[in-house]
Design a binder for this molecule. Sequence first.
Ligand code: HEM
Length: 184
Amino acid sequence: MKGIVFTEFLEMVEQEFGLEVLDQIINESDLSSGGVYTAVGTYDFIEMQRLIVKLSEKTGLSANDLLYAYGKTFFAVLEKNHANIFSLYDGPLEMLASIENHIHVEVRKLYPGAELPTFRVIQQDDNFLEMMYYSDRSMYMFAKALMVQTFDHFLENSRIELEKVQDDGTQVRFRIYKEPHAVN
Ligand code: HEM
Protein backbone atom coordinates (compact mmCIF):
# COMPACT_ATOMS: atom_id res chain seq x y z
CA MET A 1 0.00 0.00 0.00
CA LYS A 2 1.29 3.44 -0.91
CA GLY A 3 2.60 5.79 1.76
CA ILE A 4 0.14 8.51 0.80
CA VAL A 5 -2.69 6.28 2.01
CA PHE A 6 -0.97 6.04 5.41
CA THR A 7 0.03 9.70 5.71
CA GLU A 8 -3.48 10.91 4.89
CA PHE A 9 -5.00 8.33 7.22
CA LEU A 10 -2.84 9.43 10.14
CA GLU A 11 -3.68 13.04 9.35
CA MET A 12 -7.39 12.20 9.52
CA VAL A 13 -6.89 10.40 12.85
CA GLU A 14 -5.14 13.43 14.30
CA GLN A 15 -7.83 15.82 13.02
CA GLU A 16 -10.80 13.73 14.14
CA PHE A 17 -9.54 11.99 17.29
CA GLY A 18 -6.52 14.02 18.40
CA LEU A 19 -2.80 13.57 18.91
CA GLU A 20 -3.14 11.27 21.89
CA VAL A 21 -5.18 8.66 20.00
CA LEU A 22 -2.80 9.02 17.04
CA ASP A 23 0.22 8.27 19.25
CA GLN A 24 -1.57 5.38 20.95
CA ILE A 25 -2.55 3.59 17.75
CA ILE A 26 0.95 4.01 16.28
CA ASN A 27 2.61 2.72 19.44
CA GLU A 28 0.24 -0.19 19.96
CA SER A 29 0.03 -1.50 16.37
CA ASP A 30 3.43 -3.24 16.18
CA LEU A 31 4.41 -1.56 12.90
CA SER A 32 7.57 -2.64 11.04
CA SER A 33 7.80 0.91 9.68
CA GLY A 34 7.59 2.33 13.20
CA GLY A 35 4.71 4.45 11.92
CA VAL A 36 7.01 6.60 9.79
CA TYR A 37 5.72 6.86 6.24
CA THR A 38 6.72 8.86 3.20
CA ALA A 39 4.04 9.63 0.62
CA VAL A 40 5.93 7.90 -2.21
CA GLY A 41 7.04 4.82 -0.23
CA THR A 42 5.29 1.45 -0.29
CA TYR A 43 4.34 -0.37 2.93
CA ASP A 44 2.73 -3.61 3.98
CA PHE A 45 -1.09 -3.47 3.97
CA ILE A 46 -1.05 -5.34 7.32
CA GLU A 47 0.07 -2.05 8.92
CA MET A 48 -3.10 -0.31 7.73
CA GLN A 49 -5.18 -3.21 8.97
CA ARG A 50 -3.59 -3.02 12.42
CA LEU A 51 -3.99 0.75 12.62
CA ILE A 52 -7.68 0.46 11.74
CA VAL A 53 -8.30 -2.35 14.23
CA LYS A 54 -6.62 -0.28 16.99
CA LEU A 55 -8.52 2.85 16.04
CA SER A 56 -11.72 0.85 16.10
CA GLU A 57 -10.89 -0.38 19.64
CA LYS A 58 -10.12 3.15 20.83
CA THR A 59 -13.13 4.85 19.29
CA GLY A 60 -15.80 2.13 19.40
CA LEU A 61 -16.47 2.75 15.70
CA SER A 62 -16.47 -0.24 13.36
CA ALA A 63 -13.59 -0.80 10.94
CA ASN A 64 -16.06 -0.40 8.06
CA ASP A 65 -17.32 2.95 9.37
CA LEU A 66 -13.73 4.13 9.73
CA LEU A 67 -12.88 3.02 6.18
CA TYR A 68 -15.96 4.82 4.88
CA ALA A 69 -15.01 8.02 6.70
CA TYR A 70 -11.47 7.70 5.46
CA GLY A 71 -12.65 7.24 1.85
CA LYS A 72 -14.48 10.56 2.09
CA THR A 73 -11.29 12.30 3.26
CA PHE A 74 -9.09 10.54 0.72
CA PHE A 75 -11.33 11.61 -2.14
CA ALA A 76 -10.55 15.25 -1.39
CA VAL A 77 -6.84 14.41 -1.70
CA LEU A 78 -7.44 12.76 -5.09
CA GLU A 79 -9.47 15.76 -6.28
CA LYS A 80 -6.69 18.11 -5.26
CA ASN A 81 -3.75 16.07 -6.60
CA HIS A 82 -5.35 14.70 -9.76
CA ALA A 83 -7.70 17.41 -11.04
CA ASN A 84 -6.49 16.62 -14.58
CA ILE A 85 -7.97 13.11 -14.37
CA PHE A 86 -11.32 14.39 -13.08
CA SER A 87 -11.50 16.98 -15.86
CA LEU A 88 -11.56 14.22 -18.48
CA TYR A 89 -15.02 13.12 -17.36
CA ASP A 90 -18.44 14.67 -17.90
CA GLY A 91 -20.31 12.71 -15.24
CA PRO A 92 -20.01 10.31 -12.30
CA LEU A 93 -21.12 7.07 -13.96
CA GLU A 94 -18.79 7.61 -16.89
CA MET A 95 -15.94 8.20 -14.47
CA LEU A 96 -16.71 5.22 -12.23
CA ALA A 97 -17.01 2.89 -15.23
CA SER A 98 -13.50 3.99 -16.27
CA ILE A 99 -11.62 3.26 -13.03
CA GLU A 100 -10.33 -0.10 -14.18
CA ASN A 101 -9.42 0.69 -17.78
CA HIS A 102 -8.24 4.24 -17.42
CA ILE A 103 -7.93 5.79 -13.97
CA HIS A 104 -6.15 3.05 -12.11
CA VAL A 105 -4.04 2.36 -15.22
CA GLU A 106 -2.71 5.91 -14.88
CA VAL A 107 -2.36 5.41 -11.12
CA ARG A 108 -0.07 2.41 -11.71
CA LYS A 109 2.27 4.68 -13.69
CA LEU A 110 2.16 7.50 -11.15
CA TYR A 111 2.43 5.28 -8.05
CA PRO A 112 4.70 2.32 -8.77
CA GLY A 113 3.88 -0.54 -6.44
CA ALA A 114 0.25 0.55 -5.89
CA GLU A 115 -2.07 -2.25 -4.81
CA LEU A 116 -5.34 -1.60 -6.56
CA PRO A 117 -8.67 -3.40 -6.65
CA THR A 118 -10.18 -4.85 -9.82
CA PHE A 119 -13.53 -3.50 -11.03
CA ARG A 120 -15.57 -5.31 -13.66
CA VAL A 121 -18.48 -3.52 -15.31
CA ILE A 122 -21.47 -5.85 -15.53
CA GLN A 123 -24.21 -3.51 -16.83
CA GLN A 124 -24.31 0.13 -17.70
CA ASP A 125 -26.79 2.69 -19.01
CA ASP A 126 -27.29 6.45 -18.65
CA ASN A 127 -28.53 6.26 -15.06
CA PHE A 128 -27.22 2.96 -13.76
CA LEU A 129 -23.98 1.06 -13.36
CA GLU A 130 -23.48 -2.41 -11.97
CA MET A 131 -19.87 -3.25 -11.11
CA MET A 132 -18.06 -6.04 -9.32
CA TYR A 133 -15.28 -5.14 -6.88
CA TYR A 134 -12.47 -7.63 -6.28
CA SER A 135 -9.66 -7.08 -3.77
CA ASP A 136 -7.82 -9.09 -1.14
CA ARG A 137 -7.95 -5.93 1.00
CA SER A 138 -11.77 -5.90 1.27
CA MET A 139 -11.87 -2.10 1.21
CA TYR A 140 -15.38 -2.01 -0.24
CA MET A 141 -16.60 0.66 2.19
CA PHE A 142 -13.67 2.83 1.13
CA ALA A 143 -14.82 2.18 -2.46
CA LYS A 144 -18.39 3.15 -1.59
CA ALA A 145 -17.22 6.44 -0.07
CA LEU A 146 -15.20 7.26 -3.20
CA MET A 147 -18.27 6.50 -5.33
CA VAL A 148 -20.54 8.74 -3.25
CA GLN A 149 -17.97 11.54 -3.44
CA THR A 150 -17.60 11.10 -7.20
CA PHE A 151 -21.31 11.94 -7.52
CA ASP A 152 -20.84 14.87 -5.18
CA HIS A 153 -17.96 16.14 -7.32
CA PHE A 154 -20.30 16.34 -10.33
CA LEU A 155 -23.14 17.79 -8.21
CA GLU A 156 -25.26 14.70 -8.80
CA ASN A 157 -27.22 12.48 -6.38
CA SER A 158 -26.61 8.78 -6.00
CA ARG A 159 -28.07 5.67 -4.46
CA ILE A 160 -25.58 2.87 -4.00
CA GLU A 161 -26.43 -0.70 -3.05
CA LEU A 162 -23.77 -3.23 -2.23
CA GLU A 163 -24.00 -6.95 -1.90
CA LYS A 164 -21.16 -9.09 -0.58
CA VAL A 165 -20.59 -12.00 -2.92
CA GLN A 166 -17.90 -13.34 -0.59
CA ASP A 167 -18.52 -13.00 3.17
CA ASP A 168 -15.00 -11.66 3.73
CA GLY A 169 -15.71 -8.72 1.41
CA THR A 170 -13.14 -9.67 -1.23
CA GLN A 171 -15.89 -9.75 -3.89
CA VAL A 172 -18.68 -7.19 -3.73
CA ARG A 173 -21.40 -6.29 -6.22
CA PHE A 174 -22.22 -2.58 -6.48
CA ARG A 175 -25.44 -1.25 -7.99
CA ILE A 176 -25.02 2.45 -8.56
CA TYR A 177 -28.00 4.63 -9.47
CA LYS A 178 -27.90 8.22 -10.59
CA GLU A 179 -30.89 9.81 -8.85
CA PRO A 180 -32.83 12.86 -10.02
CA HIS A 181 -32.29 16.16 -8.24
CA ALA A 182 -34.96 17.00 -5.69
CA VAL A 183 -37.55 19.47 -6.98
CA ASN A 184 -38.61 22.07 -4.44
C1 HEM B 1 -8.34 10.43 -9.98
C2 HEM B 1 -8.94 9.42 -9.41
C3 HEM B 1 -8.23 8.32 -8.63
C4 HEM B 1 -6.92 8.18 -8.29
C5 HEM B 1 -5.74 9.10 -8.61
C6 HEM B 1 -6.82 6.96 -7.48
C7 HEM B 1 -5.67 6.50 -6.88
C8 HEM B 1 -5.59 5.48 -5.96
C9 HEM B 1 -4.44 5.17 -5.13
C10 HEM B 1 -3.12 5.94 -5.15
C11 HEM B 1 -4.76 4.13 -4.35
C12 HEM B 1 -3.87 3.46 -3.28
C13 HEM B 1 -3.08 2.31 -3.83
C14 HEM B 1 -2.13 1.73 -2.82
O1 HEM B 1 -2.18 2.13 -1.67
O2 HEM B 1 -1.29 0.87 -3.13
C15 HEM B 1 -6.13 3.76 -4.67
C16 HEM B 1 -6.81 2.74 -4.07
C17 HEM B 1 -8.14 2.49 -4.28
N1 HEM B 1 -8.97 3.09 -5.22
FE1 HEM B 1 -8.46 4.59 -6.47
N2 HEM B 1 -8.06 6.38 -7.39
C18 HEM B 1 -8.94 7.19 -8.05
C19 HEM B 1 -10.29 7.01 -8.17
C20 HEM B 1 -10.97 5.99 -7.60
C21 HEM B 1 -12.41 5.89 -7.60
C22 HEM B 1 -13.39 6.91 -8.22
C23 HEM B 1 -12.73 4.76 -6.93
C24 HEM B 1 -14.16 4.35 -6.73
C25 HEM B 1 -14.56 3.24 -6.29
C26 HEM B 1 -11.48 4.13 -6.50
C27 HEM B 1 -11.36 2.96 -5.77
C28 HEM B 1 -10.23 2.58 -5.06
C29 HEM B 1 -10.23 1.60 -3.99
C30 HEM B 1 -11.44 0.82 -3.50
C31 HEM B 1 -8.91 1.53 -3.51
C32 HEM B 1 -8.39 0.69 -2.30
C33 HEM B 1 -7.58 -0.51 -2.66
C34 HEM B 1 -8.39 -1.79 -2.69
O3 HEM B 1 -9.64 -1.77 -2.50
O4 HEM B 1 -7.79 -2.85 -2.93
N3 HEM B 1 -10.45 4.91 -6.94
N4 HEM B 1 -6.62 4.58 -5.66
